[in-house]
Unconditional design. Structure first.
Lengths: 263, 479
């Protein structure tokens, strides 16, 4: 009984700040400006279908690149001395202490014409701007979300019992076989939570594409940001669709995760 | 001996290992023969698991050779050694089911699938886990997990199976059952088993040969009967089974004095008037009428143990443990007899009469030379030790005699010496005789408290019980 009482503030918080807003978005999405029931917001949202696809594509690309970078890094981290581990972990975390927008501005300066990258490359005779394209958006996203991929993978990997690695060696595994047959399968839960933690926020993020991307690089987060001021109904409809997509993605990831755990 | 004509499979030659400056293994020499069940027995921290890990390839010795079937295999990684280990915590792969755990090694050998299947099923039948193939290892009981671990090692058909306290996590009943099962599996498969345990009963039950280790050293190697009946020293006697270990003096060949009585024994060659340890097993002490006893004492406790009575008889200050099928009356005076053959004489673990410190006074308080306020200091193993209530001028060379009861390991502060290692604790009927090891030497101490071996403690000296002898007066300046 005591534990139930203790949970009341959290439940109240959830109801006020999570449940009610979601219900309100749901209600607003099915109304027109006059306030009557209407599917108009969804027909308007259909106009943004390509922005949707682009957002998911950028999020997917960023997630895959994060995974490719983070997995070996996490693995190497587990092999380091405890003291080095702490330092490297800190270095991974430090950028997150800075404001999100500041970090994007930093990339803007790095990639723009006459910026440091341009200057360095002009020494080789290449000259140009590296901003205003999808690649720049992906670079910004990977930078933003890399720690969210590294840390869960590292946490899971470092919890793998050293005895299992010895047992695998004992049974005839060389280092490659130890990795393939023991470390990799046991690190899957970390990979799954990493993917979730990177894909979900990057699919709905805003400002990154606006600052680093070109004219075509509009993400759905930016659309919601812009549209909501004038047209709450369409904004709500787009948000609702995005939520459904993310929900489906989470369910898929969970299914995959469960299968891995059982296999 | 039956084993001597069998081929030596593994031999450890002069193995030494230090870790962080501590000696873990000190000159280990051990031959393990084909089809043998060898148990390495010792208290925790004695180096037994390290020895096993050296054979397994997980630890490299600082010096010495590991010879496997005639070839030196130092530096060969575990995956290239035809040795498999049953780990203490089983270390089963949680992401694989029973079948895949057992098949792990065979799959790495790239055997055909049908061969793997046949071997795995056969092995699961041997360890009594038929029908468990598809189960998750995490859902098995401790005993079942244990058997999967054994099957996983055995199925690879190694030359040697190493078992690192594999029954430690099981309850008593299951442990007894698994002991017999393990022995049976060993006979059935004809494999060499090297088994590590701290449980002496386990060692005696299963082994063809027992290796008793303490403090990085092999104390004794022999059949369970040898080890039990003819322990080489008080440590082995104390560790294997129950024993009365007493201080004695060897008067001459076949004559020993214990508890103030001269008794006949069968051991020779210790010299005359040599202090020795005397071991008498409780079942070898016979209770008789006080008039016919070699020793007399009062019965202090009688406990019924099922097969026998366990009685404690106080002879003088010393307690003698007796196992007998006849009980004596509590509080009565009885006689005790032991036949000469059952009195085991052994050299003392640390044959000293005092702890002697030879040193030079590094500082002394000149202002107070009376008994109460004076003090002097000397250096011992980089520590400055203060002796109160004694005065010797600076530069005096001294010999300090510390009796065994002038040492203690409990007190305030860091102690006169920090972090002294408890090497052995042997109960001598009256008090515990504790051997301590500091950086450069050993100490002998008496204590009423049963201390934990292989731990580090502070050591305190009580100089009020000490004797001082001046070896050399200080050199006067200007001489």
């Amino acid at each position: 009984m005591k534990s139930k009482k203790l949970s009341i503030p959290y439940i109240a918080w959830m109801v006020v700040f999570t449940m009610i807003p979601i219900v309100m978005i749901g209600l607003t999405a099915f109304r027109d400006k006059a306030g009557g029931f209407s599917l108009e917001p969804f027909t308007k949202a259909w106009d943004y279908r390509f922005v949707f696809l682009k957002s998911l594509w950028i999020a997917l690309l960023s997630t895959v690149i994060c995974l490719i970078l983070a997995y070996p890094l996490a693995y190497l981290l587990t092999k380091m001395k405890k003291s080095t581990q702490k330092t490297v972990q800190l270095l991974i975390m430090v950028p997150m202490w800075m404001n999100f927008l500041l970090r994007i501005y930093a990339w803007k300066i790095l990639l723009q014409k006459n910026g440091p990258l341009d200057m360095a490359l002009s020494l080789l005779g290449i000259h140009g701007s590296y901003i205003g394209n999808t690649a720049a958006v992906v670079v910004g996203m990977v930078y933003e979300y890399l720690p969210f991929m590294v840390l869960p993978i590292f946490t899971v990997m470092s919890k793998i019992d050293g005895g299992l690695i010895e047992a695998a060696q004992d049974l005839g595994s060389n280092n490659l076989a130890v990795f393939k047959k023991v470390i990799f399968p046991l690190s899957i839960p970390g990979v799954i939570s990493g993917i979730t933690m990177v894909f979900v926020p990057s699919a709905s993020t805003f400002l990154v594409a606006e600052h680093l991307g070109g004219k075509d690089d509009v993400m759905i987060g930016d659309v919601i940001d812009k549209i909501f001021l004038n047209d709450q109904n369409t904004g709500s409809a787009i948000s609702l669709i995005l939520m459904v997509f993310i929900l489906i993605f989470l369910i898929l990831m969970n299914l995959f995760g469960d299968e891995e755990a059982l296999a | 001996m039956e084993q001597t004509n069998k081929k030596v499979l593994v031999s450890l030659k002069d193995i030494n290992l230090k870790y962080d400056g501590e000696v873990i293994l000190n000159n280990i020499n051990l031959d393990i023969r084909e089809r043998e069940f060898v148990t390495i027995l010792g208290p925790s921290g004695c180096g037994k698991t390290t020895t096993l890990r050296i054979i397994g390839g997980f630890v490299e010795p600082d010096s010495g050779d590991i010879i496997f079937d005639g070839k030196r295999i130092n530096g060969t990684p575990p995956n290239k050694r035809n040795v498999n280990t049953v780990f203490q915590k089983y270390s089963l792969f949680p992401h694989l089911n029973v079948y895949d755990n057992v098949a792990f090694g065979l799959k790495l050998k790239k055997l055909p699938k049908n061969v793997i299947k046949e071997k795995v099923l056969k092995m699961l039948a041997i360890v009594d886990l038929k029908g468990y193939e598809k189960r998750s290892v995490q859902k098995l009981s401790g005993g079942q997990q244990q058997r999967v671990a054994i099957a996983r090692a055995l199925v690879c058909d190694p030359d040697i199976i190493l078992l690192d306290e594999p029954l430690g996590a099981l309850d008593l009943k299951l442990r007894k059952c698994m002991q017999l099962e393990l022995k049976q599996i060993q006979r059935q498969t004809g494999k060499t088993f090297v088994y590590v345990t701290h449980d002496q009963e386990e060692a005696l039950t299963m082994s063809d040969r027992v290796v008793v280790m303490n403090n990085g050293v092999i104390e004794q190697t022999g059949t369970p009967e040898d080890i039990y009946n003819e322990p080489v020293n008080a440590f082995v006697a104390d560790f294997i089974g129950e024993a009365n270990i007493l201080n004695g003096t060897m008067i001459d060949d076949c004559r020993v004095r214990i508890l103030g009585k001269e008794l006949e024994c069968v051991d020779k060659g210790f010299g005359k008037n040599t202090p020795v340890d005397v071991v008498i097993r409780p079942e070898d002490v016979m209770i008789c009428d006080p008039s016919t006893g070699q020793l007399t004492g009062m019965v202090e406790s009688v406990t019924f143990k099922g097969v026998h009575y366990e009685m404690s008889v106080r002879v003088g200050k010393c307690e003698i443990l007796v196992h007998s099928t006849n009980s004596a009356t509590l509080g009565s005076t009885v006689g005790l007899r032991v036949i000469p053959f059952n009195i085991q004489i052994m050299n003392k673990l640390l044959p000293i009469e005092h702890n002697i410190i030879e040193t030079e006074v590094t500082y002394s308080d000149i202002s107070h030379t009376d008994e109460t306020d004076c003090y002097f200091e000397f250096e011992l193993e980089d520590e400055t030790i203060t002796v109160k209530g004694k005065y010797f001028p600076q530069g005096t060379k001294l010999r300090i005699y510390l009796p065994f009861d002038a040492l203690s390991i409990s007190g305030e502060g860091d102690g006169d010496l920090k972090d002294v290692y408890i090497e052995s604790v042997v109960y001598k009927g009256e008090r515990n005789e504790i051997i301590l090891e500091s950086d450069t030497r050993k100490w002998l101490m008496l204590s009423d408290i049963d201390e934990q071996v292989a731990t580090y403690v502070p050591l305190y000296f009580n100089f009020s019980k000490a004797g001082f002898e001046v070896i050399e007066e200080p050199q006067k300046e200007g001489d």
